[in-house]
Design a protein around this ligand. Structure first.
Ligand code: BGC
Length: 314
């Protein structure tokens, strides 16, 4: 008999789910660890965005210590309960709350549960999600791809290249399209933002190569819309004329806050108090291994938080 596939991806928010209240987003990247509270009704930041440098080597202990400091500073003086939903974006494939790939973070993350390590550091349950998936969720929910149906591809071009693919607003988690081959090399080593600087090439040369990369995306996926996020999207005026894709290409709206916003939204929509989003996303409870890791808040904690920042459909 055919075996059922094990579903251990982070839960994908239901398209169009409206939430309110606040949640905490954390974005752990190759160069910075950032966090902020997010207003779930608007997608705006509800606190100052705090950033500290990612330690090198970016081992779990070192990153957890920096994350604890960033979160403590973010929450200082705020009145949030224990049930605050917390989402954390990390630069790799996430299955069962664990990193499965570590292109831009220390490989010792492969041995451990990211949800448990970050959860223990900040003493709150944490939902771990790929950083580009988080940024994509922010753009689809509150940003440049809001309300767009069809196939939407969000690319984050920073230290690496991250990808988030949406079909009618629903995320296909953990796509790793930054690692497609381009001229015999891993694409992100040629055309990420960091690679452009490392290779000291100008925007013209970079944009011609990046256009080839987008050609590959079009050949395989035929997206209806492409959103560019990450550092280079701020510079789109410098290179958009070189892009020849059939699909329109738009810059992301939330830029360097997108990862924070999307992680917060994903965690809140997976939390027990989120109602429809949770009941329509059974992936979490389908995996027995999940119960051992730091979960989104249980009902009592969620109820406590609801007094100050309810994460519920409005
Ligand atoms: C990782 C992706 C990540 C991207 C952006 C890539 O190297 O493989 O998972 O989304 O960098 O951080």
């Amino acid at each position: 008999m055919a075996q059922r596939a094990k579903r251990d991806d982070p839960p994908t928010p239901d398209p169009g789910t409206k939430l309110r209240g606040r949640a905490l987003g954390i974005d752990i990247g190759g160069s910075g660890v950032k966090a902020a509270l997010v207003d779930l009704a608007t997608g705006e930041l509800a606190s100052e965005r705090i950033r500290e440098k990612t330690p090198h080597p970016a081992t779990p202990d070192a990153v957890a210590a920096v994350t604890a400091s960033v979160v403590a500073r973010t929450l200082q003086g705020t009145r949030v309960g224990k049930g605050l939903a917390v989402g954390c974006g990390l630069p790799g494939v996430i299955k069962d709350g664990r990193l499965q790939t570590t292109a831009n973070i220390d490989p010792t993350w492969l041995d451990i549960s990211a949800e448990e390590v970050i959860g223990a550091a900040i003493d709150r349950p944490v939902l771990a999600i790929n950083d580009a998936d988080a940024a994509g969720i922010a753009e689809v929910t509150y940003g440049a791809a809001r309300g767009e149906m069809g196939t939407v591809l969000v690319l984050t071009i920073g230290t690496g290249i991250g990808s988030a693919l949406f079909i009618d607003g629903r995320l296909v988690p953990n796509t790793e399209l930054g690692h497609l081959e381009l001229h015999g090399k891993d694409a992100e080593t040629r055309v990420s933002g960091a690679s452009r600087e490392r290779r000291t090439i100008g925007w013209k040369r970079w944009s011609l190569e990046f256009d080839e990369y987008l050609d590959r995306m079009e050949a395989y996926l035929w997206p209806d819309l492409i959103i560019l996020g990450g550092g280079v999207s701020k510079e789109m005026a410098r290179f958009e004329k070189s892009l020849t894709s059939r699909a329109p290409v738009r810059p992301a709206i939330h830029l360097n806050a997108a990862g924070i916003i999307g992680a917060a939204y994903a965690a809140a929509s997976a939390a027990p108090s989120a109602g429809p989003a949770r009941s329509a996303s059974p992936a979490r409870s389908a995996s027995p291994a999940r119960s051992a890791s730091a979960r989104p808040a249980g009902p009592s904690a969620a109820a406590m938080e609801a007094k100050t920042s309810p994460a519920q459909p409005s």
